[in-house]
Design a protein around this ligand. Structure first.
Ligand SMILES: C[S@@+](CC[C@H](N)C(=O)[O-])C[C@H]1O[C@@H](n2cnc3c(N)ncnc32)[C@H](O)[C@@H]1O
Length: 219
């Protein structure tokens, strides 16, 4: 098995096993929920609620909390799609949406390296705390760029490991538990975006204890 396949297989196995209890994990309070809040702010800042309708994809959607929250807003969405490599995560996300009577999200079980959508089919892509699981991160950014329409936005959040707190949390602690993950420096994320053809790449750091980094690029 190649490193690429090992990493992906381990991620799938880990999240299939974790799916049922994922929403109860303490990381929801410290990392995931603050990230959803930052995405919401960014989406409202981008188009507000009065602009033209748009199509959105959430890559590595996990148990689907972000898309459920977005579906309950007045953001002008035409199509909301959520994708994850772990089929149990997709199942939990689907059940959660059904419970909240939210029937207009499409869940897709697929790999971020091979997004099963035609070129230029979305206006915005979000990716929340999933990027560190991808063995070939540059390829994923190129793939995301491919399916974004001109002027579309890629909004990516992952652990910020460029200060002492971030290094300790992500490289030392999370690295020791998950083993097959890698949080890259912000400058590497910036390079991935630029080499994939994104313009106006901006970064925003948030949180102190579990520092996160939002990177936004314009297609
Ligand atoms: C830490 S969870 C984050 C879930 C969600 N975005 C959130 O913020 O709560 C990482 C997610 O990425 C997914 N994932 C890992 N590798 C993936 C890949 N190659 N393609 C798509 N999803 C992947 C996992 O299955 C898992 O659901």
């Amino acid at each position: 098995m190649t490193v690429r396949h090992t990493m992906k297989a381990q991620a799938r196995e880990e999240f299939n096993a974790w799916a049922e209890s994922y929403d109860q994990h303490y990381l929801n309070h410290f990392l995931f929920r603050p990230s959803y809040r930052v995405f919401m702010e960014e989406l409202y800042r981008w188009r507000g609620c009065d602009g033209p309708l748009y199509d959105m994809l959430d890559v590595g959607c996990g148990s689907g909390t972000l898309v459920s929250l977005i579906a309950a807003t007045d953001l002008p969405l035409r199509r909301l799609v959520a994708l994850d490599y772990a089929e149990q995560m997709c199942r939990v996300a689907r059940e959660k949406a059904r419970k909240h009577e939210c029937d207009h999200i499409l869940y897709v079980n697929a790999d971020s390296e091979h997004l099963p959508f035609p070129d230029e089919s979305f206006d915005v892509i979000t990716c929340s705390n999933s990027f560190h699981h991808y063995p070939h991160q540059q390829e994923v950014i190129v793939e995301m760029r491919r399916i974004l329409r001109p002027q579309g936005r890629l909004m990516l959040i992952d652990g910020f490991r460029d200060n002492v707190v971030g290094w300790f949390v992500f490289d030392v602690c999370i690295g020791a538990v998950e083993k097959h993950v890698h949080h890259v420096p912000w400058s590497t994320v910036n390079r991935f975006f630029r080499e994939a053809g994104f313009r106006q790449v901006t970064h925003r750091k948030f949180n102190w204890w579990f520092p996160g980094l939002l990177t936004v690029g314009v297609a």
